[in-house]
Design a binder for this molecule. Sequence first.
Ligand code: 7TS
Length: 411
Amino acid sequence: MNIKEIKEQFPILNQHVNGHPLVYLDSSATSQKPKAVIDALDSYYKNYNSNVHRGVHTLGTKATDAYEGAREKVKNFINAKETAEIIFTKGTTASLNLVAQCYVREFLKEGDEILITPMEHHSNLIPWQQAAKKTGAILKYIPLSIDGTINLNDVAESITANTKIVSITHVSNVLGTINPIKEIAKLVHEHGAVICVDAAQSAPHLKVDVQDLDCDFLAISAHKMAGPTGIGVLYGKRKLLEKMIPYEYGGEMIDFVDLYDSTWKELPWKFEGGTPIIAGAIGLGAAIEFLEQIGLDHIRLHEEKLVNFALEQLLAVDGISIYGPDQPEQRSGLITFNVNNIHSHDLATILDSKGIAIRAGHHCCQPLMKWLNVSATARASFYLYNTEEDVDLLVNAIKKAKQYFEDTIFI
Ligand code: 7TS
């Protein structure tokens, strides 16, 4: 499929917003959904809506097959060893909380160390703060380099004999930095600790192979990868998941229940209490099929080109500060920036009036904003459906906004 054909797969993009064709540059917050995903959700509700793992009736069997089939697709997508290692959750936030709750709170004790970085999304920060408070473990940070990357020497120096878990984002949702997870995992394992990876911003955009990375846990949100909201994945190595005790109890996750005690189902179902997110999982399966049809390598290349094209133009605009690494190979498909004297919310509002959707604010990364010494930033984020024309429209709109502020406010 060429870019025009890809874009046509996303019905929402074919509309005008505030009198202008929509330019959607906020895929890091949530991506748009292709017809294939919308149709898969529609078909489930129209043709075989039923609960899973329960009855023997035809619709129930069909729904169960589709739900478990989606798990198989996720397994292959991230190259896990087995479907037992794929747990469906509500999303990245829920997956990281599950690790914090069922692994860290169970197995860490006073004086143990949890290691994260200042570039984490709040979802990969607050669960560890809370786990540290509950267990008496110490929360520590790997320092960031001046360009917003992570230096392996700093990782090596931050890990101590007391480090039990390192949790780190694969791609920063603000800086765009792609972190060297494979190399970090090696260092972590040399010290007998485990590594948890926040893949919310990587799995949609580049090939993630959990065996190659050798990560112990990995969290994903479907809605950022062309799938529906409300569903995500926690990948975990079997040996760790088996040790962990579930934290949501109820239907679906049990084996036997007696008046005073119960036993749990085997993996992955012991972590999926209650009626699961059936339609969501089926939608995620359809999203994976769609992304694989296009090819993750193609998506990565497309975004790299767009980011380079955008960086070249934006750097030529006077008074723009761009955050994150300079090297394109260290960067994913987003650009975070500020324009002199214009608050990012004002800029986003002006751009919205031209039909251009970007995100403004702290991006759920308040400690990182402090590190950058700003209160907020603007962010344009790209996905497989964005074009060079989108970039041109963005840059022109920024230039006009800048001119407007210079002419009307600061003279
Ligand atoms: N981790 C990272 C790196 C993220 O970018 C996000 C969401 C999350 C975790 C949380 O994902 P959720 O699906 O559980 O909400 N990031 C953003 C963003 O950058 N703008 O809006 C949401």
